[in-house]
Write a protein that binds this ligand. Structure first.
Ligand code: ATP
Length: 352
């Protein structure tokens, strides 16, 4: 039995994680969920947005399925972490958001985001099949920002050879396993000569050991333009943290929106699965959020733990519901609620 920490999160998080949980349990996968609070409800009920119980649970399970958690714009909102290191010394660290705190504290150095067309979902393009690898541990996401004076703010961008090599190696090994053959590195090395220059050079040097994979590069602005004109020409993308975040949302838009884009944060010890989308406060609590991205994130979790049979059955049931179009959410052109859509998938699993 695989224990999985479940974090419902904020906004649409509780609705879409409930849907994912029901769908995952339906085909009899050997999964047991342990629910812990993080986000606004944790802050209200437990006095902190990221309680130690979350880390305690993931330290045991090594696996998490996480709903989106809210991060306010601007201001001085920070997540403060106090944890003992291996020698018992108390360490204090600060992060810009709950998600970044979890990714960093758990050593989840890469974010894998498959974004593709699904039959039955209308979108602007029909041959998109992208695999995005986003470096997850550094870049401008380190939260190293300060006000120099009242009218000037500064942020520090960190790119290291170690992290760049680690994420490139992971991406190429992952592609090898899936038989994918073309990797495009996105960067802005023409302007960020040292930081993005180091990322690009390290990725290119590392890729020399993977002769069967064709590697090319694009300046990230040109990459965005090409992606919205001819996305079918791209296979896998490797990007530093910030560009990876932006390009992921752009890619989700190519296939029908954020409701369709799942993700996996992976590290040497544990893995945390979460959709690309955020808390979507505009549609929260209305039972209209598309649960697909969270369900597909759970499917990635099932494959990660070797439950490929259950993963295949869920994907087939989801595909059937999408093709029939009767029980899909408004973003997919239907008028079903989040609950109805997940029930329809569970019904398909019971009677394929
Ligand atoms: P956050 O600040 O938490 O990132 P946000 O609203 O800025 O929240 P997203 O949550 O990513 O960003 O949402 C962006 C847009 O996409 C919103 O209009 C939202 O309604 C839509 N959206 C996001 N997720 C879904 C979903 N699962 N189903 C339907 N629409 C979604």
């Amino acid at each position: 039995m695989h224990q999985v920490t479940l974090v419902p999160g904020d906004g649409i998080g509780p609705e879409v994680t409930r849907a994912a949980r029901e769908v995952v349990l339906a085909p009899g996968a050997k999964i047991e969920f342990e629910e812990v609070l993080a986000g606004q409800r944790a802050e209200r009920d437990l006095g902190t947005p990221l309680p130690a119980a979350v880390f305690d649970s993931i330290a045991r399970t090594k696996l998490a399925l996480k709903g989106p958690t809210q991060t306010p714009f601007g201001g001085d909102y920070r997540i403060h972490i106090e944890r003992k290191d291996a020698r018992g010394k108390l360490e204090k660290r600060t992060y810009p958001s709950i998600t970044i705190a979890l990714r960093k504290e758990l050593g989840l150095f890469v974010n894998v985001r498959p974004i593709k067309n699904y039959p039955g979902v209308s979108s602007r393009f029909d041959k998109v099949d992208l695999l995005i690898f986003r470096e997850n541990s550094e870049d401008l996401y380190m939260g190293m920002e300060r006000m120099i004076d009242e009218g000037t703010a500064e942020a520090i961008k960190i790119i290291s050879l170690r992290a760049s090599e680690r994420v490139t190696r992971f991406a190429l090994d992952y592609m090898r396993k899936l038989g994918r053959r073309k990797l495009t590195i996105g960067h802005k090395a023409n302007v960020m000569k040292m930081t993005d220059g180091l990322f690009l050079k390290t990725a290119q040097d590392t890729a020399k050991q993977y002769r069967e994979i064709e590697v090319n590069q694009r300046v990230v602005d040109a990459l965005c333009m090409e992606l919205v004109m001819k996305p079918e020409e791209f296979d896998s993308l490797l990007l530093p943290n910030l560009y990876g975040d932006i390009v992921s949302d752009l890619a989700a838009g190519l296939v029908g929106g954020l409701g369709l884009a799942p993700g996996a944060n992976i590290g040497p010890d544990c893995a945390m699965f979460e959709a690309v989308h955020g808390t979507a406060p505009d549609i929260a609590g209305k039972d209209i959020a598309n649960p697909m991205a969270m369900i597909l994130s759970a499917v990635m979790l099932l494959r990660h733990v070797g439950e490929a049979g259950a993963a295949d059955r869920i994907e087939a049931a989801l595909a059937a519901v999408l093709r029939e179009k009767r029980h899909v959410t408004p973003d997919l052109g239907g008028d079903a609620g989040t609950r109805r859509m997940s029930e329809a998938i569970v019904e398909k699993l019971a009677r394929p």
